[in-house]
Design a protein around this ligand. Structure first.
Ligand code: UDP
Ligand code: MG
Length: 139
């Protein structure tokens, strides 16, 4: 499996606060090339499917409500070791535990509303990216 692409979303609270440009700049300055990008909004059902792996977790209902609450910016990003390097760039899930200079440290509101999504494996990057983008939207 290719290891040079990952999938990200700028989450609803970060888009609503006007952080889209600043967060995209961090990604580009971090060495990631934008392969595909769009602003869109998930329905509750779509958010539920996207986070299905967490269906048994206590935060699942709130997560689905939150992720469908407003527009997001979805993108496929390219770099060597994309998944791992992007997880480093965004920082820990909980911004209070995220390293200095990471996107979540600087832009996240809370552990739930944590500004950005980043895929956790090459396989999921492929699945998530192709859920949002057709081949003719990737360049
Ligand atoms: N989340 C939450 N509470 C938790 C753990 C996770 O609300 O205790 C939310 C948070 O928005 C997180 C998402 O669920 O980004 C997915 O959780 P995961 O453990 O996959 O974290 P991530 O991969 O996003 O760092
Ligand atoms: Mg995850």
């Amino acid at each position: 499996m290719a290891n040079n692409r990952t999938f990200t979303m700028i989450k609803p609270e970060a888009v609503a606060k006007g952080y889209t440009g600043a967060i995209l700049d961090r990604m580009v300055q971090g060495g990631f090339r934008i392969v595909a990008m769009k602003k869109t909004q998930l329905s509750k059902a779509e958010a539920g499917t996207f986070y299905e792996v967490h269906a048994e977790r206590p935060f699942y209902g709130e997560l689905v409500d939150y992720m469908s609450s407003g527009p997001i910016v979805a993108a496929i990003l390219e770099k060597d070791n994309a998944v791992t390097d992007f997880r480093t760039l965004i920082g820990s899930t909980d911004p209070t535990e995220a390293a200095e200079g990471t996107i979540r440290k600087d832009f996240a509101e809370s552990k739930a509303q944590n500004a950005v999504h980043g895929s956790d494996s090459d396989e999921n990057a492929q699945i998530e990216g192709s859920y949002f983008f057709s081949g003719r939207e990737m360049y």
